[in-house]
Design a protein around this ligand. Sequence first.
Ligand code: BTN
Length: 266
Amino acid sequence: MKQSDLLDSKLIQGMLSPVSLDRISKLILLEEVDSTNSLLQKELNAGMGPVLVCSADHQTAGRGRSGKFWHSPLSKNIYLSISWEYALPYHKVDGLSLAIGVVVLDSLISYGYPELKLKWPNDILFDGAKLAGILVEIIGRADSSLKIIVGVGVNVNMSAKQGSVIGRSWTDLSSIKPKPPPSRNELLATLVDQLIDLFLSYPEKGFSHWRNSWNARDSFMGKNAQIISNGETLSGISRGVDSKGRLILDSSEGLLFIAAGDVSLR
Ligand code: BTN
């Protein structure tokens, strides 16, 4: 394996913005971990924080949304987690997890992948295949404070053989374009900078600042969609998201506003 393929603390720190360097309490880079999100959870529970960043070359028990496994082979992809704390109640950051999707998408687009789309709430797709996923976990939630861990997985360079265990259609940056993908160290620094920027500005801007960008990139806009929400299957035409990040479904019963669930094309 080329040295440049491995995570390198000096390289990453050299590329992070002064704002990020100032904010990050601890940068943890590991060869192997069960899950970068789980590790940050333990660190926060042990009193570390508030801004922890963790990435690993390999996860043995990477976690996806809805209790799914996130396939995390060695040194092929990005596995990143970052924690943040707000002195705000939860409802003040409505839609943050969707805005995170826009920021990750824009970061990837900035490396020359213009065709990427979003799937509610925050999957990143290329031509219907999943390229990146985001897992937002709320660790501490009180009336006036909130601790979150944001986990980002981006498939950068994974062989068909390595990805064969993934039970859905997937892709990686190397398959989208013939040119070599960006280095993982550089992509990681960009994602951390952009996420920290988002966390800082979100309380003031709110989701309304991100809504148009989200809707412009919605892979389901105007299409028939089937949504499984709290065990119920709902059908209709997808109309994008509202100012709180809820999915708008134009159904036979009128407009439905869906706050959580899994969406799939009919
Ligand atoms: C999904 O789309 O289901 C979310 C996938 C999130 C995967 C990332 S990889 C880094 C972080 N650590 C984890 O265990 N999961 C997230």
